[in-house]
Design a protein around this ligand. Structure first.
Ligand SMILES: *Cc1c(COP(=O)(O)O)cnc(C)c1O
Length: 421
């Protein structure tokens, strides 16, 4: 039996309707921007395995860092203990995060980073003796699959059976202009009539929605409004973090920094599931008290796993290296050239790029996980390119180390699909 057949026996895959889904492709090896399956086929990882392996798969520097750590300290409880990799990671992260971020809390993945951020915000107000029970989030946002994170996510394909169990959330549209007057007016009304605790947002780019962008100035005005009403702003940078948008964090584009930030995915450079939720000193201080229950009683068993931390430290070293900075500029320029090349094609409705993110909407209507999406996926795989189109959006978010030739192969694969749609 090959891997595919053995897999079928016991494994339940994520985001999969097993009755109709094609069998999974068994990947046996990865290096740099490349993946190989068990039949020896080679694929370019055009989305860095969901935006995680940004410095390339099986990166030598990361392997060295994690191997060294594995021989020193593998795992220890993080309540009542601490260790060098966690402390060093906190120092390195704080050096590049917006300056108001001062404290760092470890979690296991993007969803739990958001979950912890929401709990921090709710308890912040609670500890201060204020009853605030409503969250605000963008329509079409995606923040993860645990209940709190799902509650603030607006993508209904995932949410159907659970909606009646959600936290109290009000969804608002993203700002599409510098002066989103209507939006600002309706938010002012919300703030007057509801007890709003926090606003959860993916800054500037909504990843799972199909790499949708919104207006920087419009978002700033919204954030200002929330700050004026002591609504804590939770930036979910799980996707946008670590250099993909052209800055280390998308929040750097904005004059108003978030109160809380959620980071994961590229944090550990594709090695391990780990996330952090960071916050301001002011939020942290609201949990200080002689009463134990005013503390933040939230924990994950593998909090700050030393191996994950050592991968993250190596990742940070790469992120801030000249080589990766050059790669990011190189990819950005290539994307811009390709955007110019395809933007007037009759099958192309819109092309947008930010940093190393490239997205293109096709001029056709289709379901998020419909037939066309599967045809496109198969077409790209046949061309040796792994991309995951979302609805009518095709996007590229490649590892920083992708070569120009590999990029060209992705662009060619995309161009070759246009006559087929
Ligand atoms: C992927 C993602 C999450 C969820 O992260 P998981 O590690 O899959 O739980 C949350 N927010 C955003 C913006 C994401 O892209």
């Amino acid at each position: 039996m090959n891997l595919q057949q053995r897999d079928k026996k016991h494994i339940w895959h994520p985001l999969t309707q097993h009755q109709t889904a094609a069998p999974p492709i068994a990947i046996v090896k990865a290096k740099g921007a490349l993946l190989w399956d068990e039949d020896g086929n080679q694929y370019i990882d055009g989305i860095a395995s969901w935006y995680t392996a940004m410095y390339g798969h099986c990166n030598d520097l990361i392997i060295t860092s994690v191997s060294k750590q594995l021989k020193e300290l593998d795992q220890v409880v993080f309540t009542g203990f601490t260790h060098e990799p966690a402390v060093q990671l906190s120092e390195r992260l704080m050096a590049i995060l917006p300056q108001n971020q001062q404290k760092l809390f470890f979690n296991d993945n993007g969803s739990t980073a958001v979950e912890a951020g929401i709990k921090m915000a709710l308890q912040y107000h609670y500890n201060k003796g204020e009853k605030r029970d409503t969250l605000i989030a963008f329509e079409e946002g995606f923040h993860g699959d645990t209940f709190g994170a799902m509650s603030v996510s607006g993508l209904s394909v995932y949410n159907g059976p659970f909606e009646e169990f959600f936290l109290k959330v009000i969804r608002i549209p993203t700002p599409q202009t510098e002066e989103p007057q209507e939006l600002l007016t309706s938010v002012k009304e919300l703030l007057a009539t509801h007890a709003c605790a926090a606003f959860v947002y993916e800054p500037l780019v909504q990843g799972a929605a199909g790499m949708k962008f919104h207006d920087k100035k419009g978002l700033e005005k919204l954030l200002k409004l929330f700050k004026d009403h002591e609504v804590l702003c939770i930036a979910d940078e799980v996707m946008t973090g670590f250099g993909k948008t052209g800055k280390n964090f998308a929040s750097e584009y904005l004059d108003i920094p978030p109160d809380i930030m959620c980071l994961s995915k590229a944090l550990t450079a594709g090695i391990a599931a780990m996330s952090v939720t960071t916050c301001t000193q002011q939020i942290f201080n609201a949990f200080l008290d002689d009463t134990i229950a005013k503390g933040f009683f939230h924990a994950h068993t593998y909090s700050a796993n030393p191996l994950a931390c050592s991968a993250a430290i190596a990742g940070m070293e790469l992120l801030t290296s000249e080589a990766i900075k050059d790669d990011r500029a190189r990819i950005r320029n290539r994307h811009l050239e390709f955007a110019a090349r395809v933007k007037d094609h009759p099958k192309v409705a819109e092309v947008r790029t930010l940093g190393i993110i490239f997205a293109m909407d096709l001029n056709i209507a289709t379901d998020r996980y419909g037939m066309l999406r599967n045809q496109l996926f198969d077409h790209f795989m046949e061309k040796g390119v792994f991309l995951r189109p979302l609805g009518n959006t095709i996007y590229i978010l490649p590892p920083f180390v992708i070569t120009n030739r590999q990029l060209e192969q992705i662009y060619d694969a995309i161009e070759s699909c246009l006559p087929l749609v």
